[in-house]
Design a protein around this ligand. Sequence first.
Ligand code: RNT
Ligand code: ZN
Length: 421
Amino acid sequence: MKKEDIIKSYQLARKQYAALGVDTDKVIAQLDDIVISLHCWQTDDVGGFEREGAELGGGGIQATGNFPGKARTIQQMRGDLDKAMSLLPGRQRLNLHAIYGEFGGKKVDRDQIEIKHFEGWIKWAKKRKIGLDFNCTCFSHPLADEGYTLSSKNPKIRKFWVEHTKRCRAIAAEMGKQLGTPAVHNIWIPDGSKDTPVDRYNLRRILKKSLDEIFSVKYPKKYLKDSVESKLFGIGSESMVVGSHDFYLGYAVKNNTMITLDNGHFHPSEQVGDKISSILLFVDELLLHLTRGVRWDSDHVVTFNDELLLIAQEIVRANALKRVKIGLDFFDASLNRIGAYVIGTRSAQMAFLFAMLEPREALVGFEEKGRNFERLSYLELMKAMPFGAVWNYYCMKNKVPVGRDYIEEILNYEKEVLMKR
Ligand code: RNT
Ligand code: ZN
């Protein structure tokens, strides 16, 4: 697309939005507040670098597909992340899991990891002026094979995971300190039962006890923010998940931690967007794991669909952008993985842009007067507004490919880099 055409289209779009009381220039400036935390695990199908050829194993999360070129070393992963970020407008962070440390070919078990294994990442992030987020990895490990980690009745197993998670928080706090932006540490555990359990109460009591132990170590909020992530069910935990939404909602409210909303972790007929306004009344901050579940928590690449849109709209409508950290959580190995990243991240950004271009005052005005017909009309009319012209202009301003131009860049990278791995 020619530069002058992008600008011309934008100017026309600006007029149309202005007629509805929406200032597109202001919206574009506000887009800089939308920082997306890229999940490193889309580059390697959640394998990690604990040992060569590590594969995702157990815990009910599943990457399917065998598109060539997955990242097998930290260098490859960093190259992929740089490539993806070079094609994205706006600001990003990087979200790491504990299995992505630099262990130098040695076996370092999860209860032994230290900040030194992540210094390389901190250096990498510093150079790019981006923040880091972190996750304990309580799956793909022999001590997770029985199906219980932090809620395990086996004291040896429970102790191991408590120690791991404590270390992860210490590492995250150090990342936040060194990078000058708090790291969010997210806890997700696979614990649950395939078949009907009979002692749910005690399993959940044990999980609560483990979390209390883990959080008994305090860090300044300017270094570390803690979040907890629930799930409805997983493969192998169909009948009960210990860390359910009720469990973590209660825990987060009582202990003032963040709560992670992964939109793949609810019943498909539930709207995660609807939960935001409620939860924000009782906790300070939220973490999103944006994903696309197809029939189940399949972690397909995020697309600009109604579910994503409602999440973005509800955050913008609640004027809560500053209270929500945006992370992605999908892993698809059936297509170019860098392409998947770029599509998913851009779609998330587009959803927030779309939400910010809403004529809020007019809509609320209709709603308060009971003018439901006009409200619905406006909501539908917004879908035919030249939102793409605003998006293209934003990409141009950010000096990243506009429109479909990123496709070619990714195909080149595929040919030059991915296919040679
Ligand atoms: C699993 C959770 C969790 C993981 C990542 C890898 O169902 O969504 O967030 O996907 O931590
Ligand atoms: Zn998640």
